[in-house]
Design a protein around this ligand. Structure first.
Ligand SMILES: Nc1ncnc2c1ncn2[C@@H]1O[C@H](COP(=O)(O)OP(=O)(O)OP(=O)(O)O)[C@@H](O)[C@H]1O
Ligand SMILES: [Mg+2]
Length: 453
């Protein structure tokens, strides 16, 4: 059996006719594919245990199995092209139903073989890019909320109970506790999940610009409004509109927000007619809305409207049982991506559990990231790698903490991580310091797993 690398051009040929198998292998080798041969289903399974081919060619008649019965199992590993005897088109159709991507009839034509393989691999690669782009759009999709503590279980229970309703939900909690993740879960667990989740940060845009961002504008509504533009509310149609930091909503916009939440109606800037929306509303704030509405900074009626269903996400220090779990989760993610194998020492876990976590889960993630880095080649993360006393004192210098001899890449990552921490992730600022474009900074942060969203 030829060696198969887990590369993008490795093909498993499952064919009991040794002469034909040889012929296929030679043909594929000529056009640059690596191959492995299996002459029975037993051998094929054996090969799958050891290698991960990019694609498999499967003969429909094997000595120890019917090809048709093998397709489903095989397709879990890679795309499958079936080889059928001439005149058994009926088999081919059934094979496609079982999940084969293509069929070829014998005698095989070398050009057709190459074409079919190339096409199947292209489809796979496109699908991967698509999955990747989707994940970029909604980085939190697929991110799971971790926690076993009673306090967190209560949050999950509330999320589940209200997710698939049209009720407006207010999420309250300190910075970094996971409010946005809760909002995304509400969306994911609702029947709106296949539509858009649109996050609107109420603290970043002010006045007219914010209004047009949110509600859209008509042509000529203001200088520069050369054509009509849809607002985010329209993008969220049938989906979920998430108003982050709603406590920061400018006073002038609060009545319009109230009208939106109460009557599902809004008007584009410069427009004369009302539009109705079917979006579901979720809002979040790390300021206590009850408090600021008492002080008069936030309209009472808007507050009452939002307070109809409130989910309080407790700070991390109020659910210490969850700390080791979440820390392990972040470490495992890194272990997986960077193919390193690290673990926390018992003393380190104790330190994590005792720390007050003013920045909650976001801070925990940053501390774990930094610990992975400064622990260099050491397999065990220890208290000094966490540098929690420094974190509490607000200083982030970790140069003297390195264990072993880091690679250039590790040093680069550590430096960038430090910049992210000391400049609170401000991309423009970091780009300026590094002397590279914001776009490249963005790529760099992504590569090192340091970008927030
Ligand atoms: N239960 C959890 N399990 C795992 N990761 C979590 C959990 N909760 C939050 N996170 C992660 O912690 C980070 C902060 O969460 P998120 O952005 O949702 O917080 P937030 O409350 O919206 O913060 P802020 O008030 O600063 O906007 C994110 O990376 C998120 O994925
Ligand atoms: Mg947030």
């Amino acid at each position: 059996m030829n060696a198969l690398q887990g590369n993008d051009r490795s093909i498993l040929v499952i064919e009991d006719d040794r002469t034909l198998a040889r012929l296929i292998v030679d043909t594929l080798a000529r056009v640059g594919f690596a191959t492995a041969c299996a002459h029975s289903w037993g051998e094929a399974r054996e090969a799958l245990r050891r290698h991960s081919p990019a694609l498999a060619l499967l003969d429909m008649r094997l000595p120890d199995a019917e090809g048709l019965d093998c397709i489903e199992e095989l397709a879990e590993h890679c795309p499958v092209i079936v080889l059928t005897a001439y005149g058994t088109i009926h088999d081919a159709v059934r094979a496609m139903r079982k999940g084969a991507v293509e069929y070829l009839t014998k005698p095989l034509d070398a050009d057709k073989l190459e074409l079919a393989i190339t096409r199947a691999l292209q489809v796979m690669s496109l699908r991967r890019s698509y999955e990747f782009c989707r994940a970029q759009l909604h980085p939190a999709i697929g991110q799971i909320m971790i926690g076993r503590s009673p306090a967190f279980q209560e949050v999950l229970r509330q999320v589940e109970s209200v997710a698939d309703t049209d009720r407006t939900v207010l999420i309250q909690g300190e910075s970094g506790v996971g409010k946005e993740l809760v909002a995304q879960s509400l969306h994911q667990l609702s029947s709106r999940a296949s539509h858009n989740f649109v996050a609107v940060d109420c603290s970043t845009l002010q006045g007219n610009l914010f209004e047009s961002e949110l509600f859209g504008h008509e042509r000529g509504a203001f200088t520069g409004a050369e054509r009509r533009k849809e607002g985010l509310i329209e993008v969220a149609e049938h989906g979920t509109a998430f108003f982050d930091e709603i406590g920061e909503l400018p006073a002038a916009l609060q009545p319009k927000m109230l009208r939106l939440l109460e009557a599902n109606r809004f008007r584009r800037v410069g427009g004369t007619v009302d539009h109705k929306t079917d979006a579901r509303f979720v809002a979040a704030s790390n300021r206590d809305l009850a408090e600021i509405s008492k002080e008069g900074h936030f309209r009472r009626d808007l507050y009452y409207r939002l307070a109809a269903f409130v989910i309080h996400v407790p700070p991390l220090r109020a659910r210490r049982d969850d700390i080791p779990l979440i820390a392990e989760h972040f470490l495992e993610k890194r272990n997986f991506l960077r193919q390193t194998q690290k673990h926390f020492g018992a003393a380190a876990i104790e330190c994590l559990v005792d720390y007050p976590w003013p920045g909650n889960i976001r801070e925990l993630r940053n501390i774990v990231e930094r610990a992975i880095l400064v622990s260099g080649s050491a397999p065990e993360i220890q208290p000094r790698h966490l540098a929690l006393d420094r974190a509490a004192a607000g200083s982030g210098d970790s140069e003297h903490l390195l264990d072993g001899e880091p690679t250039l890449e590790e040093v680069k990552r550590m430096y960038v991580a430090q910049l992210v921490e000391s400049h609170k992730g401000h991309r423009a600022k970091i780009a300026e310091i590094l002397g590279i474009s914001e776009r490249n900074t963005y790529r760099l942060l992504k590569r090192y797993g340091l970008s927030e969203r």
